[in-house]
Design a protein around this ligand. Sequence first.
Ligand SMILES: [Zn+2]
Length: 860
Amino acid sequence: MTWSVWGLKMLRTVCLFVIIGLAIAKHEVYEGYGLYKLSVKTTDQVELVNYLSKALDLDVWSHAIPGHDGQVLVPKDKKPLFQNELKAAGVEFQIESDNIKDILDLEDQLLSEAARKNNGSRLDSLPFDQIYTYHQVDTFLDMLAEAYPETVTLVNAGKSFEGRDIKYIKISSGDFETSTKPIVFLESLLHAREWITLPATLYAIHKLVIDVTEQDLIQDIDWIILPIANPDGYVHTHGEFRLWRKNRNTNLGVGCMGVDLNRNFDINWSEASSNIPCLDTYHGRGPFSEPETSIIKSVFDQYSDRIGLFLDIHSFGSMILYGYGNGVLPPNGLMVHLLGVRMAESIDAVKMSWNPNYVVGNVALVLYDASGSAGDYAQSVGVPYSYTYELPGHRFGIGGFGFFVDPAFIEQAGFETWEGTTTIALTRTHARLGSQEKDKGGYTPILKSYHSYKVYNIELKTVQQQEKIRILKSDLIDFWRFPNYKYGVMGQVMVPPSHFIWFDEKLEELGINRDVYIEDVYQYLSEVENRTSLSRNVGEEYYFDVNKYHRYDNILAYLRKLEQESVDSLSKVELVEYGVTAENRPLVYLRVGRGANDNNSPEKPIIVIESATNPRDWVTIPAALNIVENLLKESRFLENLEWIIIPVLNPDGYEYTHTNLRLWQKSRSTNSNMGHICPGVNINRNFDYDWQNFDASSSPCSHVYAGVEPFSEIESRMIQDIINKNAPRLKLYMSLQNNGGYISIPWYYEKAASGMFRQQYLLGLEMVKTMNNAYNLDVGSVIFDRMSGTSVDYVRSKAVLYTYNFDVVQRGNGVIIPEEDISDIVEDVWKATAVAAEEIIRLYSEELRILTAFPSPLPK
Ligand SMILES: [Zn+2]
């Protein structure tokens, strides 16, 4: 067909629509179509649904698999038969819309309202609450190339079947010719009706050209972005046929138009697609028979050796899929999968709470066999990482999801997809940098974390609220301070944007009010960081002030110096190197005592102080070191006792809070199946006591991940060894932490006090009384709710007399305690420790007295 004939036809069609449009509304072809949601439980049911969909030629929007509902569009006249078959097979279904035309009309209305509102605003500001037409995008790309000639090159790659220009842009901080720079290739709208995918590529363009916040992304990577891969189909969906999928090939006039472009690539072509032109998966007359796919092929021809990542963006279903479509995995399949998981997680962290988590997997295993796809083709020509995104359906007015676009969520779709894209793009390029610092310790996490996270104050008003508070606990909810009704302690909770609505709903359920304490945690932390200046030199002249924060190397140097200095003194300080951590840091503790033990007396009692288990609790390190300094000054505590002080139980995590994530809570070990993707174990959940039951997770990506098994981590094993080697001399064990001003007593794993409650409570009271700041005293599980696998529960179970969690009072915002507040806090810790030490000495002399009175061995 020539251009002029096509033009005439088009003109006639347009006129026709105008005339019809006056008489009746749009979308008449979908009148009475019903949208069905299907839940299948067995593979038999899957097969039945697939068979039925084929036999009735239904439009399958998403395939039902067990655990993942499907959506099928059913014409009016086929509804009774379809429903009967489903009922007979016991497939559960729900009619989401009995007339899809209503939703199409609503979508139209909302989008045109948004467009009206934006009318007059400049296209280059690109408001993200609108779906742009082919023409608007075309104009936008032209303008962009003109406005940003330094970074943007516009390529007119050829014409579509109906003669529209297919344009992509190249984005580069250089000239796009640096052969060592990897290329990321993004593409959307290969399927015409998947409108929400367009904002995903436009958002990427926006963040790479107009609003650049991450220089790495253009310094280290070149980009090719093709926003409208199927312009004819796309234009068609803006007319009467909103749900058109294919291109607009006339198929030699057989009566059905269009080729499924995502079945037309030359990879296993025609093996799992249709040869019937009327079907939605028609693969065309031959591989690359279509101009649209040939144009994409030419991009691969030109750059296949440099394209490190190809992302073909589709909708919908919340999936990240990879090849091959026949179920055969690429040779690097494991890495493809793991990085896909990493992408999915970064999206899940910011997605809308009502959308499901992303599913990651091989397309044939997750969905169905498919041949000739763009993603498979990319993989087959040597692109190491090739994925097909299926973006989520976004919440839509009256409950329809799927392909419909609600303007309120267009920006969200762009934003969250960009999270996934940048995650993998940076990971890949950093991995390419090989031995450089950036890549140290595996895959580099992204520093932009906590962006738009909020911290809320919440106050409990009733016991009932306290009892139900655990419904707020989730992997993504971070209690900076756990709220407590009994003691009037205000809670501070950090919530990611993805969970704002979820969080509000839960608070409403509990009847709790909140106010915003920190508007944007990222910004807050950047400001705090600017105020804190850590000294880094470890020279001879270096004066180590324990009332300041220090990096781990400096702390180690200080500890070594203490050991050296004790050589000529009565007090003995021994630095024990227990082993090395996952990131090769020495894991150490101090033994502090005086002289040799008198063989005629029972051995001296031992007190253990553990700190920086949760690495973001920085203040606990000065607290422990201050104890050491005081001990060295007051000889009676060393004459009668021996001390084991662990100033930094989790050095890897601690360093990580300096270099990457200030609020990190785990170690950095990688011994789980997902270790390289989600490193780290929460050490205070890794002890062998009621392991993994409460406030602990089996997911390596959770901040309360309990590890692959109890004592899987060297940090917890060190405590285990200390206990085993020194019991029964161990009389007091304190874990220093930072959560709200409490001295707490086991148990943590169950809502009951341990058998030593009375003694522990009385001594705890003495400790509380001696301190300047107000502390509360109670059973741990009462204060914090139940948690499993904690160090203190474990130690208590080993018959250590006194065991406490010592949560210091919080200043500043709690988690981040300003340096100027350290000395006041650590002085209190020392006072309480001294009171407890006195009690141990008293018990010890009592024991001595009894021994002297009965010199023979004590009766068993
Ligand atoms: Zn698609």
